[in-house]
Design a binder for this molecule. Structure first.
Ligand SMILES: Nc1nc2c(ncn2[C@@H]2O[C@H](COP(=O)(O)OP(=O)(O)OP(=O)(O)O)[C@@H](O)[C@H]2O)c(=O)[nH]1
Ligand SMILES: [Mg+2]
Ligand SMILES: [Zn+2]
Length: 382
């Protein structure tokens, strides 16, 4: 009798909010099953949950749908081991883990390691998954301190659009953005658009993998920190990684002469350990970056120069496209908001709406409400 009571209280402790509604069928009194079921939480919860009794004992380096390479804690050897991913940590054809995730590994009866749980993430970088069949969110990497948004001045040409999108991803994921302008050895004058980001108070590092300018600065920023290199293909992400740590053996490819674009040399996101205690995650170059949980109305807050004027628009929910007395459009007209940032804002807004991420859908799927004042408070811009 007493034992039963104890079990019950333990069970309620282990439960999380909304548990019954969401996963009634997966509930079990068997703590082993309960634990496994709890780990299998939907992607629209803020964090993946790991029951208190489990201590993470490894870090994910890279993964596929069913397998992952991890670095075990408590070993001096920097050896990556291959583990199976528990089926509860997969959703359809995707796995829910990401490089940088702290995971709990158990050994099966045959001695094979298997990832059973994912620890709460202190930060994450995520995007709208390109695979529309699976979960909408694709976590690019977890537990990251710095997002290095890499752009090249030329070959491939400098493009501000992706920088704007990555700034939103960093802000949303609680990660500090640093803009890296690479290949400065091939130009005499830098693209003018860079001044926009300078004026926003963002950190910018100018680099060259040929002259090694800026590499020391990146190394210093990475001391005991976890960084991610992201950007278009061919901008030199992997080359920067190799300059920072020459022992790393990773593929780089010359950009195509014809299109001046990169050739997708890196195909898998991978975490590398650096000699100064830092870690650096290299990612494949991307063409586009969509958002998976963005309310179009909150977009203003990610553009501080726009939100400053948006507060004075006649309508609270002004889209700054067609409404009368729109202070944002006025500010663009008088040169107080850079036109390319406004155009970028419009493009992002349109793409969010095209992806079907509308306030109505977000409310229906319980992704809203998002506390906008919180985003505003956290804004890292000047
Ligand atoms: N001139 C010059 N070339 C560079 C620099 N950095 C990288 N490159 C060259 O740019 C090409 C692409 O470099 P990668 O490091 O493979 O680019 P990436 O961003 O990792 O590309 P993906 O893996 O496809 O996303 C290679 O030929 C590099 O040698 C640089 O600072 N200056
Ligand atoms: Mg690469
Ligand atoms: Zn407006």
């Amino acid at each position: 009798m007493k034992k039963k009571k104890l079990e019950k209280s333990k069970r309620s402790e282990n439960r999380i909010k909304n548990w019954e509604n969401r996963y009634d069928e997966s509930y079990s009194k068997d703590p082993f099953r309960l634990r496994r079921a709890e780990v299998h939480l939907p992607e629209n919860l803020p964090e993946i949950y790991l029951p208190e009794t489990f201590e993470p004992n490894a870090t994910v380096v890279s993964h596929s749908k069913k397998w992952a390479f991890v670095l075990l804690d408590n070993t001096t050897e920097q050896k990556e081991i291959l583990c199976k991913i528990d089926e509860h940590l997969r959703e359809k054809d995707s796995s829910l883990i990401a490089p940088g995730d702290r995971v709990f590994i158990e050994y099966e009866e045959n001695g094979e390691p298997i990832i059973r749980g994912i620890a709460e993430r202190k930060s994450k970088l995520s995007r709208l998954s390109v695979d529309r069949e699976g979960p909408p969110e694709q976590v690019i990497s977890a537990n990251v301190d710095i997002l290095f948004i890499v752009a090249s001045v030329k070959q491939p040409p400098f493009k501000a659009g992706l920088i704007d999108r990555f700034l939103i991803v960093a802000e949303n994921g609680n990660v500090e953005p640093v803009i890296v302008i690479n290949k400065i050895d091939i130009v005499d004058t830098l693209p003018e658009e860079i001044n926009i980001y300078k004026n926003l108070g963002l950190k910018i590092v100018y680099t060259s993998c040929i002259t090694k300018q800026g590499i020391e600065e990146l190394v210093d920023l990475l001391q005991n920190k976890v960084g991610v290199l992201a950007g278009h293909s061919g901008v030199g992400k992997t080359s920067l990684l190799k300059c920072i740590c020459p022992e790393i053996n990773a593929l780089t490819l010359e950009i195509s002469q014809k299109t001046e674009k990169g050739r997708h040399a890196t195909t898998n996101t991978h975490l590398y350990c650096l000699p100064n205690g830092g870690k650096l995650i290299d990612t494949p170059g991307i063409r586009s970056l969509g958002f998976w949980d963005m309310d179009p109305r909150s977009l203003d807050y990610y553009f501080p120069e726009i939100s400053k004027f948006a507060e004075m628009c006649r309508f609270n929910d002004c889209s700054h496209i067609h409404e009368p007395d729109c202070e944002v459009r006025k500010a663009v007209k008088f040169g107080n908001i850079p036109i390319i940032r406004y155009e970028s804002y419009l493009r992002i807004r349109k793409s969010i709406e095209q992806d079907g991420i509308t306030p109505g859908r977000l409310r229906k799927e319980n992704i809203l409400p998002k506390d906008l004042s919180y985003i505003k408070k956290r804004n890292r811009f000047k």
